[in-house]
Design a protein around this ligand. Structure first.
Ligand SMILES: C[S@@+](CC[C@H](N)C(=O)[O-])C[C@H]1O[C@@H](n2cnc3c(N)ncnc32)[C@H](O)[C@@H]1O
Length: 241
């Protein structure tokens, strides 16, 4: 069996934990810390592999891929996100062979060949709690939860189609509470991805927010209700058999 990765012993020891603390943000709505794609790319890929982020947003995954000399595609349906990346990611050019491509498109219909991608890392919209853009394809504007999940099933089906057999896909997400309803997004994603054919490989919990407690204190129901402030998100790791 080939080596899974080129991690050093120190990196292996650090990444090989089920709770991470990656809290940085870059100012784009619901972006993730670059450390997340960086660790996962190092864990699951080799140099010159091709990585895909089909909900690429501000391009955090692309910057991580470029720094690690991996080729990467980023897709987003928001022209604002594409403009953001043109200013940041594409100007970030590096002295290595990584080929980085930003595509304005819809995850539900990707112009990518079947079984051509080595690794997927992505963070889809958190239901409709963030307004990203007004394009028709924008999944973050779907207000019914069932409809939202139906769209995500199509998106994950596309991810399954383009990923090579035996390779990994990571989905970063969090549950949300809206109008007194709790939406266990990570549970629904696991159920749906398994139906599509993925095998659940691992769940990592990332502590994504560690400060600002004081600002949110009034929203948590004290002393009449119990609504903890969610400070964690899930990194769901799947394998295509
Ligand atoms: C949570 S954000 C991703 C943030 C990203 N991880 C970062 O660090 O910047 C989700 C992104 O999905 C995009 N999106 C929503 N619907 C989409 C669709 N149908 N196809 C492609 N991208 C879509 C949104 O425009 C938004 O930029």
């Amino acid at each position: 069996m080939g080596k899974l990765n080129e991690l050093t012993k120190e990196e292996w020891a650090e990444y090989n934990k089920t709770v991470w603390n990656c809290t940085s943000r870059n100012g784009y709505f619901a972006s993730f810390d670059k450390e997340i794609p960086k660790r996962l790319i190092k864990y699951f890929t080799h140099q010159e592999d091709t990585i895909l982020d089909p909900f690429v947003g501000s391009g955090t995954t692309l910057i991580a891929a470029q720094e690690l000399n991996r080729n990467a595609y980023g897709i987003d349906c928001s022209i604002k996100a594409i403009d953001f990346m043109k200013k940041s990611v594409l100007k970030h050019g590096m002295d290595n062979n990584a080929r980085i491509k930003v595509v304005h498109g819809d995850v539900k219909n990707m112009a990518i060949k079947d079984e051509s991608v080595d690794f997927i890392i992505t963070s889809p919209p958190y239901f409709d709690i963030v307004h990203y853009s007004n394009e028709k394809a924008q999944i973050g504007n779907i207000s019914g939860y069932e409809k939202f999940i139906e769209n995500m099933i199509v998106a994950f089906g596309e991810c399954y189609r383009v990923l090579k057999r035996g390779k990994y896909a990571c989905v970063v997400t969090g549950d949300i509470r809206k109008a007194h309803e709790y939406y266990p997004i990570h549970v629904d994603y696991i159920t749906q991805l398994k139906k599509i054919g993925f095998r659940l490989h691992q769940i990592i919990v990332n502590i994504s927010q560690t400060s600002g407690f004081g600002k949110r204190e009034g929203c948590m129901g004290y002393p009449t209700n119990f609504h903890p402030w969610m400070i964690h998100e899930y990194i769901l790791i799947f394998q295509k058999n």
